[in-house]
Design a protein. Structure first.
Length: 251
């Protein structure tokens, strides 16, 4: 269960009300952040499993190990949002991310399985930190959270594909990849709560990881207004801008 959403007016607060609302939001965010970090970890683990399944890297043991929220509305929406991002911008996802970054996952030059996993964790952590600490002029929208999950899935596929080339893809190895990347996401979110509480303030205003329906033609933006059918094009375009800024600096 998500923590209760505080009552926040978005239609023009009275004098002094805005400051009080900000304090209320921050208080709720502080209480909710451990719950939402755990939910993010579970969603990430499920999404990575789904992404591996799409890539043909699923194993029986991995299939049985997926969390129980695999069929939830939140999980289904996250899948569709990430898939739409991939389809709209194949230049980012058509080739392995690790290859674009010049990173090696195959066991050459002393690259063991543990080293390959550490390489992915390090690259993903750098990406997530930069994504969550974008300058103040980059407003918050669902593009950033979607990018976190989408990138985690892409890195997991890179890892699994490299293992498959050498027939090293065991169920336990895949499960370790999922756990490692999901834990990395949770750790990055925890760090952001300390360094940049704006993320959890923003999530609190929306009731947690309640991803909007990608099929909906319009939904309310931060100002409570509806942008119309073009809103997703704007959000996804901004998300891809994050990718192009950050991919070249992750290595």
């Amino acid at each position: 269960q998500n923590p209760p959403n505080p009552s926040i007016r978005i239609d023009g607060p009275a004098a002094g009300e805005d400051e009080n609302n900000n304090e209320i939001v921050s208080a709720f965010a502080a209480a909710a952040s451990p719950v939402w970090r755990q939910e993010a970890r579970s969603l990430c683990r499920e999404y990575i499993g789904h992404r591996l399944y799409r890539a043909g890297c699923m194993t029986p043991s991995l299939l049985y190990s997926l969390p129980p929220n695999a069929g939830s509305q939140t999980s289904q929406r996250l899948r569709r949002l990430c898939h739409r991002l991939e389809l709209l911008h194949p230049a980012v996802f058509a080739q392995p991310l690790t290859g674009q970054l010049g990173l090696t996952l195959l066991p050459t030059n002393g690259v063991t399985d543990a080293v390959a996993m550490a390489t992915i964790r390090r690259a993903y952590r750098k990406f997530a930190r930069r994504l969550l600490s974008m300058p103040p002029d980059c407003d918050w929208d669902w593009g950033r959270p979607v990018a976190l999950f989408c990138m985690a899935g892409a890195f997991a596929v890179d890892y699994a594909s490299a293992r498959m080339q050498l027939r090293l893809l065991g169920g336990r190895s895949c499960e370790q990849a999922i756990e490692s990347l999901a834990e990395c996401l949770s750790e990055c979110l925890a760090e952001c709560a300390v360094e940049c509480s704006e993320l959890f303030d923003w999530l609190t205003e929306r009731g947690g990881w309640v991803f909007p329906d990608p099929e909906t033609s319009a939904f309310a933006n931060r100002s409570g207004q509806h942008d119309g059918a073009t809103v997703w094009q704007k959000i996804l375009a901004r998300c891809v801008q994050y990718y192009y800024r950050l991919l070249g600096r992750c290595a």
